[in-house]
Design a protein around this ligand. Structure first.
Ligand SMILES: Nc1ncnc2c1ncn2[C@@H]1O[C@H](COP(=O)(O)OP(=O)(O)OP(=O)(O)O)[C@@H](O)[C@H]1O
Length: 340
């Protein structure tokens, strides 16, 4: 499996980009750089573990697409390094980069990037075709990937005969057929209707529970980030302002910008029984426990009926008790950023 590591990455658009990196390093604010300069990514560092889903979240223009395009070498950083496994891709030739992409990273785009005159099957096999795979293998793997995303029977259709959700399934199948360890997904579900979007998110979670790919997913939607991400990096004006899991982002936003995003999150889906369990309370007798990983929304029925519930960890050891009062408090909590 493949991991991705980024060290002090910068991308400056405009004249004398290296000089602007030096000025930013010395503490100059991005807004004070010369006219015509955009500091699209500033001093980004993080590691994505093998098999992790790492979400990059931020408003439009915060630098997400620029960042993801540097991860697979489509854009050259102004400075900094990107390691895919242990290879520094910023030192690779164009040819080495193409090979690396074909073998290790597939990209799924927002607007599907399908070829209108190719069948669904040909679209799904495209990544393998440019890699020069034998026709039989392309056919088998494309069919298998289409099966994984629920499109068997649609192989001979054309993209315009499909709905938006189905087209994005073809985009996903193409990435899966390439059998790369890493999937880069740039606003992959953003163009879809809310219900279809949710279906696609569920499908991705389900598929990846089996496939265990390393996924780097870009979105401007914090609810989506929290549903999909093991960890989330929040970007603002080119900088990563916070990296953490959903509960950390929700409970300890790093600044006002993150706190503002957090107001719109459905806390009942993100907060878990484990996160609000009181470890010192006595567990009620004869009441069936709930898992520490259960989201609060799944407790409403039980807690209304049975009152306080014992909470157990993966080994079924009781780690605390969740009370109706604690659930209300957690859901009504308004997160304010408190300066240390
Ligand atoms: N080729 C380019 N030349 C000049 N400026 C660019 C270029 N590409 C991006 N930018 C600028 O860099 C900043 C970051 O853009 P980027 O597309 O990475 O943001 P984003 O968070 O992905 O936003 P969106 O969701 O709208 O795509 C923006 O100010 C954008 O205008």
């Amino acid at each position: 499996m493949t991991s991705v590591r980024v060290e002090r990455l910068y991308k400056i658009f405009g004249p004398q980009p290296t000089e602007q990196v030096r000025r930013l390093d010395e503490g100059t604010d991005s807004a004070d750089l010369p006219e015509g300069t955009t500091a699209a990514v500033v001093d980004a560092s993080f590691s994505v573990r093998e098999g992790e889903t790492f979400v990059v979240m931020g408003l439009s223009g915060s630098g997400k697409s620029t960042l993801i395009r540097m991860l697979n070498g489509l854009l050259t950083p102004t400075s900094g390094k990107v390691f895919v496994d242990d290879a520094d891709i910023t030192a690779m030739s164009g040819r080495e980069l193409r090979t690396m992409r074909q073998q290790k990273m597939s990209m799924v785009f927002q607007h599907f990037a399908l070829f209108p005159h190719r069948t669904v099957l040909d679209n799904a096999g495209y990544g393998l075709q440019i890699r020069g795979a034998p026709a039989d293998e392309i056919n088998d793997r494309a069919r298998e990937a289409l099966g994984m995303v629920g499109l068997e029977g649609w192989e001979q259709r054309y993209p315009q005969q499909l709905s938006g959700g189905m087209r994005q399934r073809v985009g996903l199948a193409r990435a899966l057929a390439a059998q790369t360890d890493v999937l880069l997904m740039d606003e992959a579900f953003s163009a879809l209707d809310p219900l279809i979007k949710r279906e696609m998110q569920d499908q991705l979670l389900e598929l990846n529970a089996q496939l265990g790919k390393t996924i780097i997913f870009i979105t401007h939607d914090l609810n989506e980030a929290m549903r999909l991400g093991d960890r989330i990096a929040v970007m603002r004006a080119g900088r990563i302002v916070q990296i953490g899991d959903s509960e950390q982002i929700l409970s300890e936003p790093a600044d006002d910008y993150v706190a503002e995003f957090v107001q719109d999150v459905d806390r009942s889906r993100v907060l878990t029984a484990g996160s609000i369990a009181d470890p010192s309370a006595a567990a009620p007798d004869g009441v069936a426990p709930v898992a520490a990983t259960a989201p609060l929304r799944d407790l409403f029925d039980r807690i209304g009926r049975d009152g306080p519930l014992p909470v157990v960890d993966a080994q079924r050891r009781v780690i605390g008790v969740v009370t109706p009062q604690a659930v209300f408090a957690a859901l009504s909590h308004r997160v304010e950023y408190e300066e240390a």
